[in-house]
Design a protein around this ligand. Structure first.
Ligand SMILES: *Cc1c(COP(=O)(O)O)cnc(C)c1O
Length: 449
């Protein structure tokens, strides 16, 4: 069978992002101030985020937001990304389903994260910001941001969770190649870091400690802003370039998806692919199913509770209405680092609550089984995060074998796994395990909320 890949010409690339907040049947509930509990406005976020991102975060009116020309120009370096008919995977499974994937792993840094990093760095530059800061867990976001900062002439300071700083040295080197200053968190360079280290001298760090340090740096440094790689609505907005391209590419393929599937950390690659299609469920009576694939060890969507919770461990961020396992939840050390987060974005949380999407939780071993099968069938080694989307796709494609239905499934390949080979190494040598949370464990975390 000849491979089928679909690309868009430069003229066909999206000129606007899709802001689902303007068209959701029920709007997300507002963020609240961490101390006073008062409803927050965009202005309240200006001390930390760049102003345009803060306004986009709160924008409930405009369904379409222009992509700045300079950002579109940078997108042409790697977009459109291919939409691929996965004949190899279909054949390996023996399924009548038609499987397509959007390949975001072809971006220069190997994942979808660059789509938002470029936008955030651009807006910061426009507003006269000189330094940007962020946290990174597994390192994909830190890498994307470091490169975007270099493009727009900004200094980047990245706080990397100490344990990954030590265990994943290649991510750190990648950030340093792009000129970023990388600090293992907790560090002695911030008040928050000093407090943590004096209390717990050998602290291994977490996303929570790294967020606290980055936010503090942004607060205390003139012309320095904080950036985030997921969870926030403006990040998912930037990622809709994925779904808007895919919509046109599916049209070129002459099909429309019955199911749209993506892995889920904070929701940005899921929302990025899904929202432009979900729009047609709202408006045109389409019945597409949207499935977010999360790890069984961190099942905030399938087992979490819808509550107001903090985005970080220390409780510095605004309170957000979201599905959460609790901001003190400590996920097991699974290899899909990008999916180890306790909460979900507010937009996705509302959509799940209203029944517009579903969640599926995938054990670690099943995710790597799926990744191995995909790699052997399609020749691409997927990121451990993306393996969750592939596993969910395989579950659905296998159902089609039983029913004989030719369902059209579209999933997002959010990144490649070429810097994650130690995880595959562990899988191959049989040292990888499942961490299944019992309902009791979940109940204990959620009961504190
Ligand atoms: C960060 C990351 C994710 C998870 O983040 P989302 O915001 O949920 O998309 C998924 N896949 C890859 C490759 C990542 O780098």
């Amino acid at each position: 069978m000849k491979q089928k890949r679909f690309f868009l010409s430069e003229a066909e690339l999206p000129k606007q992002w899709y802001n689902i907040q303007a068209e959701m049947p029920t709007k997300p509930m507002p963020m609240k101030h961490p101390q006073t509990g008062e409803v927050m406005s965009a202005e309240d976020l200006y001390p930390i985020f760049c102003e345009e991102c803060a306004r986009q975060e709160m924008n409930m009116q405009d369904a379409w937001i222009d992509i700045p020309e300079k950002v579109r120009e940078m997108y042409t370096y790697y977009r459109s990304t291919p939409l691929v008919r996965a004949y190899g995977l279909e054949e390996a499974l023996g399924t009548p389903a038609h499987i397509y994937f959007k390949n975001e792993s072809v971006s220069p840094i190997g994942s979808h994260k660059l789509n938002s990093a470029l936008a955030q760095a651009y807006y910061c530059k426009q507003e006269g910001v000189t330094n940007i800061t962020t946290e990174t867990g597994a390192g994909q976001w830190g890498t994307a941001l470091s490169y975007a900062a270099k493009i727009f002439g900004l200094e980047a300071a990245v706080y990397q969770v100490k344990i990954t700083y030590e265990q994943k040295p290649y991510r750190r080197s990648a950030m340093q190649v792009f000129g970023a200053q990388v600090t293992a968190s907790p560090s002695m360079s911030t008040r928050a870091g000093k407090d943590i280290l004096t209390k717990t001298p050998n602290h291994q760090g977490s996303l929570g400690t790294a967020i606290s340090e980055a936010v503090e740096l942004a607060r205390m440094t003139p012309n320095c802003k904080y950036t985030l790689g997921s969870v926030m609505s403006h990040v998912t907005l930037h990622q809709t370039v994925i779904g808007l391209e895919a919509e046109k590419q599916m049209e070129m393929a002459g099909e429309y998806p019955d199911m749209v599937i993506a892995c889920f950390g904070g929701g940005s690659n899921f929302g990025g692919l899904a929202f432009p299609f979900m729009r047609h469920n709202f408006k045109d009576g389409k019945k597409t199913r949207f499935i977010a694939a999360e790890p069984s060890s961190c099942p905030k969507l399938s087992k979490g509770k819808f509550v107001y919770d903090f985005g970080d461990e220390a409780g510095y961020t605004p309170l957000m209405p979201m599905f959460s396992l609790g901001h003190k939840f400590a996920p097991a050390n699974i290899h899909a680092g990008g999916l180890r987060y306790h909460g979900a974005g507010v937009v996705v949380s509302q959509l799940l609550k209203d029944g517009f999407m579903e969640a599926m939780d995938i054990p670690q071993l099943e995710s790597f089984d799926a990744g191995m099968l995909f790699a052997r069938a399609e020749g691409i080694i997927p990121a451990p995060e993306s393996c969750h989307a592939i596993a969910a796709t395989i579950r659905e494609a296998k159902k089609c074998i039983e029913t004989g239905e030719e369902k059209v499934i579209l999933f997002n390949l959010s990144g490649h796994g070429l810097i994650d080979m130690p995880s595959y190494d562990q899988y191959i040598s049989g040292n990888l395990h499942d961490y299944n949370l019992s309902d009791e464990d979940v109940e204990k975390c959620v009961a504190k909320l």
